[in-house]
Design a protein around this ligand. Structure first.
Ligand SMILES: [Fe+2]
Length: 280
């Protein structure tokens, strides 16, 4: 394989390469330029040079398996096709950092009051209450449950502050979901964060909403996501190390970091190399 990595955590899995549109286009994947198009019968195709890569269309995106030998099926995202939900692709945003950093930041509630003031948090409401994290034996996915955080404006549909319930899920090293209180009582909105790996230090972040929001326009929902992501992006890109250290104590975990500690251990146990800063 000509790709910049032979890490099976990437090459033997399904990687997102952008929206499932019919228009032929080129994009970057693991250091290479691939060509995407859809056949007349609707079959998605992906080509690298003369080689056809294994591709499928799901959840509004195209997914490619670089080695052609996927170790597992693509994860389930049942909310995408659940009646009553609106699905909205918020567009891809380039981020100049390892995708592992982006997922770790996505799992972190402690930064809300400082990075997203007046939206996802506000000083002095800085406490991250105890929550539960486990790796689900059947799927190997990380689930963080019973997460609660006080938020001034949790989403485009929220005008007032509320204690918001969160659940997080990590399906792949570069894919995660967030479930949070919706504007419909008892229901949770779903946000999928799917990272297209450009190389060890660059991704395109694709965000898919599966929402119960009956009030906001698509443009309002997308603008809200872009506002939040625009606050995270410069901080992510300013990491001293673009790649994430998994060994040693280069960055000491602090309170509320149970998800991060679990994610890093989960990556170590998989022998993750792509996007990882080698131990000194
Ligand atoms: Fe953030």
């Amino acid at each position: 394989m000509p790709f910049v990595t032979d890490d099976p955590n990437m090459c033997d899995d399904w990687l997102v390469v952008g929206p499932a549109t019919a228009e032929p286009r080129s994009t970057r994947l693991l250091g290479e330029t691939v060509r995407l198009w859809t056949d007349a019968d609707g079959t998605p195709q992906c080509r690298l040079g003369d080689e056809l890569l294994l591709a499928q269309s799901r959840y509004g995106y195209l997914w490619v398996c670089p080695s052609g030998q996927p170790a597992r099926p693509l994860f389930e995202f049942p909310e995408y096709s659940e009646p009553g939900r609106r699905t909205i692709d918020c567009g891809g945003i380039g981020v100049a950092v390892s995708g592992l950093r982006v997922i770790e930041n996505f799992l972190d509630m402690a930064h809300f009051p400082f990075v997203h003031p007046d939206y996802l948090g506000k000083v002095p409401h800085t406490e991250v209450a105890q929550y539960q994290v486990q790796v689900e034996p059947a799927t190997g996915e990380i689930w963080a449950t019973d997460c609660r955080f006080w938020q001034p404006r949790a989403s485009a549909a929220h005008d007032t502050s509320s204690e918001v319930l969160y659940k997080y899920r990590v399906m792949q090293p570069f894919s995660a979901m967030l479930y949070k209180s919706s504007s419909r009582a008892g229901e949770l909105d779903a946000i999928g964060l799917f990272l297209q790996p450009i190389d060890d230090e660059h991704v395109i972040a694709h965000t898919m909403l599966a929402y119960f929001d009956d009030h906001s326009s698509d443009a309002e929902l997308i603008a809200f996501q872009h506002t939040i992501f625009g606050q995270d992006k410069p901080i992510l890109e300013n990491h001293a190390f673009k790649r994430m250290p998994l060994e040693g104590r280069a960055e000491t975990p602090t309170r509320g970091d149970t998800s991060s500690v679990t994610y890093r251990r989960w990556l170590r146990e998989r022998g993750m190399r792509f996007g990882v800063r080698p131990a000194a």
